[in-house]
Each structure stands twice: as structure tokens, then as C-alpha cells.
Design a protein around this ligand. Structure first.
Ligand code: BGC
Length: 345
């Protein structure tokens, strides 16, 4: 898939299983560029937003399909302390740090090798992030493996190490639209999230530190709810996020792979089930998409035409000691497994 301005080649890998489900991945940003899954009549449709050319990903500012890091999500004022030392990260979102900074993991070239077999094709991508990059301490080596299983799952395994104490909290930033038409909004999709509480945010989208019950609020997705039903309710948390842009506190033990969410699109019958071993799930409803990004087939991606379900630790954890922490030390291995499983109903 063409060259970067500095001449380095970017490659696209196609994973295809026996059912004909395909995932395409480029080693720029470890980005998922397309994911074709069947609807209830067996018709394949692409369910992720993206671009037809590499240039779209180079110019893009909304992290379409990429792996984001070192720290997916926000760190208040880009500051944190580790072992008594203060670190200042790049500020790239108002007064805060978002998704790894100006040149995060989504804007770099990863080394790729194909693995797996016909039963489970996979591609492994590796990025070595240098000590001090975007303000983070330590050289981090992160491996991300995308596998397409026989059960129509895109499984993502992460493995990271460091040579100095640091923080690591990567996630996958695909925008999903299960309708197969990337012009419809996602407001008619239904969503279920396995969470009794969420982390309320301030105006800068930084958690206040509380865990709030979802009961009797528009944040209640314990049973499937149409996304458009309450997204514009006069509720302070929704006005801060311009819609849903919050972290839900997943039930069950983190470290254990468990169901996190179900996304369903009634017209096509496509159902996506998310499994993860992470403590949190950021549900971002594409509120900031504004039609400036011209995507596949020249379609302008307008507000809420795609949504992200980002599995990760909670935002701003280094500054919230009571949240599950993401410190990584030499000798330790960061691990994450997240699965996006596709079926129909
Ligand atoms: C965040 C949004 C942010 C978006 C950028 C999401 O993960 O939750 O607040 O605007 O990424 O594309």
C-alpha cells in the first residue's frame, strides 16, 4: 500500500478465514483498514471506517482503525509521577495528553511478519518506542498480533516490555458501523455493556475519580439500548462528552477474558460481541467526526457514522491511584487480549 514521504514502504496484509471473512491490516499505525463480515443473508460488508489510500491515514486526525498508545485515552495535563519522578507528556488535546501524543503509535511504521496458518491466519506487528518519545520514560517494545479465527473473530493479542519503569495502555481504535453502509449513522445500533458503573468526566473529558452507578441514567447499557435513544438527553455527562465518550467499568475480574459488550444492527442482523481482559471499555460514539475526513469511496465521515469500543484501563489512571494501574517495569510483560466476534441474529 505505497510509500511514506520518507520512502519507506507500507504493506497491507489480508487475513481470510474459510468462511470468507477478511481483515486487512497495514503496518502504518498497525491499522485495520477493512473488515468484511456477513449479514444475516450472507452478504459481506465492510464494518470499519477508513480510507482507500495510505494518504488518508497519514493525514487523518481521528485514529481510524489504528492501535493507539503508549497510553490510549487521556492523561490530565499530560503529567504523572512514577517512583517519585515527574513526567511531562506532549499536550495534544486542549490541556491534556491523548492517545500517545502528537506522533503516537498510530502514526509510526511497525515491523510486520505473517504468522499462523489457513485455519487461523495472523499478522504480528512490532514497534519499538524510544526512551523519551512523547515524554514517556523507557524504551518500550510492543507486539500486536491480529488473528482471524474460524469463529469469525478478530483477536488482538498485545505483548509489551520496557527497559525502565513506564506506563503502557494501548488499545484498538476501529470505528465500527455494522450496517455495511458507511453513510448511515450508528444511532440505530443497539449496545449492551457489561458494566454497572462508569467513570464520570469533567469538561476536559478527564475522570473525576468517582465510579458512578449507571442505574437510572442514560449511561445504563446493562440490557441492549438503541444508541440514539438517549444520546442527546439533557444530562451533564453527555454534554461534557458531546454524546457518549466515556469509560465503563467492566464487571468481572480484569486479567480474565470475559464478555464486555454486544453491538447489534437490526437491519443487517450483524452482531459484534467484544471480549477483553481489560478493566475498562471506552465507548466513543464518533461525536467529533464532522465530515472533513473523506473516507472509502469518497464518503465524508459525518458525525456519529462510526463508534469505537476501546478496551483498556481507565483514563488518567496514573493520576488516580485507586484505579487499576498500568505501570510496567523491566522484567514484566504487559499483556492484553481483545476479541471482536461477528455473528448474525
Ligand atoms: C476519544 C475521543 C476522541 C477520539 C479521537 C476517542 O478514543 O474517546 O474523545 O475525540 O478518540 O478520535
Amino acid at each position: 500500500m505505497h510509500k511514506l514521504p520518507d520512502g519507506r514502504n507500507v504493506f497491507q496484509y489480508t487475513l481470510k478465514n474459510r468462511a470468507g471473512v477478511t481483515a486487512q491490516i497495514i503496518n502504518y499505525g498497525a491499522t485495520v483498514t477493512s473488515l468484511r463480515v456477513p449479514d444475516r443473508n450472507g452478504i459481506m460488508g465492510d464494518v470499519v471506517l477508513g480510507f482507500d489510500s495510505l494518504q488518508g491515514y497519514i493525514d487523518g486526525t481521528a485514529y481510524f482503525g489504528a492501535v493507539v498508545g503508549r497510553y490510549g485515552n487521556r492523561i490530565g495535563k499530560g503529567r504523572f509521577q512514577l517512583d517519585g519522578k515527574q513526567y511531562q507528556l506532549t499536550i495534544n488535546d486542549g490541556e491534556n495528553h491523548l492517545h500517545g501524543g502528537k506522533i503516537g503509535f498510530n502514526k509510526v511504521l511497525w515491523e510486520a511478519k505473517t504468522l499462523g496458518d489457513r485455519e487461523e491466519p495472523s499478522v504480528q506487528l512490532q514497534y519499538r518506542s524510544r526512551d523519551g518519545e512523547e515524554g514517556y520514560p523507557g524504551t518500550v517494545t510492543l507486539n500486536v498480533t491480529y488473528a482471524l479465527t474460524g469463529k469469525n473473530e478478530l483477536r488482538i493479542d498485545y505483548e509489551g516490555t520496557t527497559d525502565k519503569p513506564t506506563i503502557l495502555n494501548p488499545t484498538q481504535h476501529s470505528y465500527f458501523n455494522l450496517s455495511g453502509s458507511l453513510t448511515n449513522t450508528v444511532l440505530d445500533h443497539t449496545l449492551m455493556i457489561e458494566a454497572d458503573s462508569f467513570t464520570p468526566i469533567d469538561r476536559g473529558l478527564i475522570p473525576t475519580g468517582q465510579l458512578a452507578s449507571v442505574a437510572n441514567t442514560p449511561m445504563d447499557f446493562r440490557t441492549p439500548v438503541t444508541i440514539g435513544a438517549h444520546i442527546d438527553d439533557p444530562y451533564e455527562q453527555l454534554s461534557f462528552g458531546r454524546g457518549y465518550d466515556h469509560n465503563w467499568v467492566l464487571k468481572g475480574s480484569s486479567g480474565q477474558l470475559r464478555k464486555a459488550a454486544e453491538l447489534y444492527e437490526p437491519a443487517s442482523g450483524r452482531l459484534m460481541t467484544v471480549f477483553t481482559d481489560q478493566p475498562g471499555l471506552q465507548f466513543y460514539a464518533g461525536n467529533f467526526l464532522n465530515g472533513t475526513a473523506k473516507g472509502k469511496n469518497g464518503i465524508a465521515y459525518g458525525r456519529r457514522v462510526g463508534l469505537c469500543l476501546e478496551t483498556q484501563a481507565f483514563p488518567d489512571t496514573p493520576n488516580k491511584p485507586h484505579f487499576p494501574q498500568v505501570t510496567l517495569r523491566p522484567g514484566q510483560v504487559y499483556r492484553q487480549t481483545t476479541i471482536y466476534q461477528f455473528s448474525t441474529k
